[in-house]
Design a protein around this ligand. Sequence first.
Ligand SMILES: NC(=O)c1ccc[n+]([C@@H]2O[C@H](COP(=O)([O-])OP(=O)(O)OC[C@H]3O[C@@H](n4cnc5c(N)ncnc54)[C@H](OP(=O)(O)O)[C@@H]3O)[C@@H](O)[C@H]2O)c1
Ligand SMILES: [Zn+2]
Length: 337
Amino acid sequence: MKEIIYTSPGGLDSIKIRDSDVPKPKNGEVLVKVEMGSVNHVDIWGRQDLPSQPFPRRFGSDAAGYVHDPNGTEFKEGDRVVLYPMDFCSSCRSCLSGFENACLSRKLYGVHEDGFFAEYVAVNAKNVIRIPENVSYEHAAALPVAYLTAWHGLVTRAGGKPGETLLILGGSGGVGVAALQIGRILGMQVYTTTSSKWKAEQLAKLGAKGVIEPGEKLQEEALKASNGVGFDVVFDALGGSYFQAAVKLAKKGGRVINMAMTAGPSTQLNLRDLYSNNISVYGLYLGTRKELSDMLNAISFGYFKPVIDSVYPFYEVDKAQKRMEDRAHLGKIMLKF
Ligand SMILES: NC(=O)c1ccc[n+]([C@@H]2O[C@H](COP(=O)([O-])OP(=O)(O)OC[C@H]3O[C@@H](n4cnc5c(N)ncnc54)[C@H](OP(=O)(O)O)[C@@H]3O)[C@@H](O)[C@H]2O)c1
Ligand SMILES: [Zn+2]
């Protein structure tokens, strides 16, 4: 079979496709034939400079396919499944309360351990989740990192409500588009950002009430869009100085969500902006298995369809990553295995 690895930290040329043996599932593992994967920005961070990741390493955190060998688990051959992207212990207090994404010994597949970009992967059965009949591999594989994080933030943590206002910073990427769609399902009035004209038109078609350019006038324009009061929820998918803007753009009593540092790992914050405005801040690291199942149900019942930007054959994964680095995409970039 073929698998995709990073040979060493670096540029696109550190991506290699190599032949290897189909893995033999160990006790408690299921052998899955991967049909579809999807690209996340974390794939690129994991190639470039995330500290202390093993190399060479098979990458890829998003994958869906079918069970090839159930290996004595509760699955059947041919079951259509999506893979939960995190290794977790099942026994720490976070795991026992259903928050595997806060597991004390969690590891992200594809970054901290070998990932899912191979024709066949042996996966712990607890990471394997059945896909409803009417949900495609493409839509299922779009969910595990980007949509799951947006769902965890907006549904579970910040609890978006009908009629509330939501501002998304970094609105055209995988996570940003997911936040727009999930905000709409929750009945929120969604404002979002992009620096591109064609993406702005697409985001409006997806239900954004307003699209703002994330340049020098961001603060002014966004405040105007909120009638001068700020937003109930600000979803910051960019980080850096945008987090400072996010705090300033939340209304009194508002919530600010961050899960990214695309635009930088730190910023200055005047603490008065937090406490005097009663702001709640939520940091996100992915989401839970239950939330992944909840999203599959939401798609199955017709509430939304993940936005697919493009589909590349897996051996063109370098072109797929380049499209993301060039900021040429809107929504999810997929890989067909
Ligand atoms: N904590 C977690 O669990 C978690 C989970 C998922 C993702 N993330 C992080 O969230 C971020 C988004 O992930 P993704 O997969 O959605 O990435 P993505 O698709 O590459 O995001 C693209 C978006 O980011 C904007 N953007 C990119 N570089 C920018 C810059 N330098 N300044 C301003 N805007 C910029 C783009 O704006 P334009 O429209 O203007 O091009 C576009 O809206 C990444 O940093 C990722 O690592 C974290
Ligand atoms: Zn745990």
